[in-house]
Ligand binder design. Sequence first.
Ligand code: 5MM
Length: 341
Amino acid sequence: MNLAELNKIARAMVAPGKGLLAADESSGTIKKRFDAISVESTEDNRRDYREMLFRSREAMSSYISGVILYDETIWQNAKDGTPLVRLIEEAGAIPGIKVDEGTQALPNCPGELVTAGLDKLAERLAKYYARGARFAKWRAVIDIGAGIPSMTAISVNAHALARYAALCQAAQIVPIVEPEVLMDGDHDIDRCVEVTQRVLNKTFQELRIQRVALEGMILKPNMAVSGKKSKTQAGVAEVAEKTVRMLKNCVPASVPGIAFLSGGQSDEDATAHLDAMNRIGGLPWPLTFSYGRALQAAPQKAWSGKANNVPAGQRAFTHRAHMNSLASKGEWTTDQEQKAL
Ligand code: 5MM
């Protein structure tokens, strides 16, 4: 493993004013997103949609450091035959790849999940590296509910995240470690903090046991937020303050950066929360975005599967990427947010 090189890539992924585009929706998830805009989820439509994003020159070169791709996309070519990976590289961004294979029911733990995909992972990583991927992503899913999460679920998911991260570094690929505590449910923000801290502590314990070099990884956590069905919804200042405190308690300073998931927050909430955290300042790591829905909901709607709408889709994507870039520097304002597209 060349740790200096891994560290260089990790730092580029969280470079000032830049963040990650999570465009790694698996076939089932992209179908759900396309259903919402009445677009059929065919291979060509998925290609056209992602090509539209990757050809958004301003967004891709000024605000996006890297793109997380799904297996289908990393092998796809644009309409003119250029590999989609090449479009990303030409814009100055780094291609990355989702390598987990989704979740499965966790035996003996009703209602809980474990992420699959470790089998033959070393072989897959070598192929992705040859295609241009310089970082990877694995998402563990932890749900909060009555009597859950169990220590078993936290433990097996942390173990798998660390196994994945160690394999990535051996393949000279920076692992994004994503332990997502879901915001579904009626729990309050303090319960989210309590569970997320347990999950992060266990994850870093496993990373250490498996000798993962923390300087060569990126953490992709959830923010501390109230459950969607909770009657008490924490405001922006409380989310920012509790998230920063939680991360300071659990994340070693040697981690090169933290790139949040949006997790179902509204576009504007995801931006406002990131901005408020960066205004607190004095943190040991850069805090940025690795959003899927909060970057893509607007361009998906603007595009709606019509070639004529590509410029509108690209403007919507550029606007969200720009707003999140400002938030990653603590410079976002509602005036900028409302500026006409
Ligand atoms: C883009 O969504 C990603 C893929 O999800 P599936 O494997 O379920 O299709 C997802 O992993 C994403 O990278 C993160 O959860 C962050 O996305 P959000 O939408 O929460 O910002």
